[in-house]
Design a protein around this ligand. Structure first.
Ligand SMILES: [Zn+2]
Ligand SMILES: [Zn+2]
Length: 331
């Protein structure tokens, strides 16, 4: 079993010689009052809570045991950004339906565009919810105890790493997130727009979120510009249920939103796909960490689940991961 991590910033523990050392390690106060604790030693409030969503859905007859413990990051900045994202999606849906689709002359084409737009925006919203509420691959907090390390069954000479911030056994490719206050497996970055880390378990949903937002942004851009031309061609007569100035403002804002988020999510999608194909996370790219990498196809399957099917594009399909990577998951 390969357990040696390349992250040199963590506390290195050689087993079994140093096993007792980790169990007895306590904060040392050099030249300071033992009553004055360091900032890192003060008890911190949990930044992650587990929500019980099964109660909410029970009256509707939907019972799912996995919803009894749903991951949620208590970060006010992330919550504001996530709600703002939903509002932007709902705004685009409202303008597309009430300003554009219901007032186009060719009803079949406009309804087809409307259906496609609503379908993709629903998939974008669902991907966002799943990226936000899925445990990104958090390592159990404080599991770097004597018992925890013994249960790994390591052989002599094998090395594990302890995160000094959350006292967990740090698996290979895991990094500590200061917002989640946890070590996250294969952490790419913490994204405030989905109010969560992007890691091993939710990267698929994040990639789908950027893809569907990019698609609806380009689509909204096309619909808004073509409807604007349509209105000008008809001299603003019965092209919208609203006054020409209000219609213009709503369309210009939709064009601005589509342009901005189309470029932003397009770049994010490209960056994420490049990271997936090269089997290198955003943090590994920044730190220039060298390690053995999987092939492009194997890396894709590790993120989206395997084998390849339509489920790769569905935010409702949970990917089946390669079990060989879950070395420390049971600790
Ligand atoms: Zn940590
Ligand atoms: Zn995080």
């Amino acid at each position: 079993m390969e357990v040696e991590s390349l992250n040199r910033s963590s506390s290195e523990i050689n087993l079994p010689r140093d096993l007792e050392e980790i169990a007895t390690t306590r904060p040392i106060y050099k030249g300071k009052s033992p009553h004055k604790k360091k900032k890192s030693d003060r008890p911190q409030t949990e930044s992650v809570v587990y929500l019980d969503l099964s109660r909410l859905l029970k009256p509707f007859g939907y019972v799912n045991p996995s919803l009894r413990r749903v991951w949620f990051v208590k970060d006010i900045c992330g919550i504001v950004c996530a709600v703002f994202t939903w509002l932007l999606i709902f705004y685009a849906e409202w303008v597309v339906l009430f300003v554009i689709v219901l007032h186009e002359s060719s009803s079949f084409t406009s309804y087809l565009h409307g259906s496609l737009f609503y379908c993709c925006s629903f998939l974008a919203f669902a991907s966002h919810i799943r990226a936000m509420l899925t445990d990104p691959g958090a390592v159990p907090k404080g599991n770097a105890t004597t018992e925890g390390i013994k249960s790994l069954g390591l052989k002599k000479g094998e090395v594990v790493f302890k995160c000094p911030k959350c006292s967990s056994i740090k698996p290979d490719r895991a990094h500590h997130c200061s917002v989640c206050q946890r070590c996250i497996r294969k952490m790419d970055h913490h994204c405030p727009w989905v109010n969560n880390c992007v890691g091993e378990n939710n990267q698929k949903y994040f990639v789908l979120f950027t893809l569907y937002i990019c698609i609806i942004s380009i689509h909204a851009l096309y619909l808004a510009i073509s409807h604007f031309i349509f209105c000008v061609g008809r001299d603003w007569k019965s092209c919208s249920g609203m006054s020409p100035p209000l219609t213009t403002i709503l369309l210009i804002f939709l064009i601005f939103e589509g342009l901005l988020f189309g470029i932003f999510t397009g770049i994010m999608f490209g960056t994420q796909m490049s990271a997936v194909c090269t089997d290198e996370t955003g943090i590994e790219q920044l730190k220039k960490e060298s390690r053995e990498r999987r092939s492009r196809w194997l890396s894709m399957k590790a993120v989206f689940g395997h084998p390849f099917s339509i489920h790769w594009f569905s935010p409702f399909a949970t990917p089946r991961f390669l079990t060989s990577e879950k070395i420390y998951h049971s600790v």
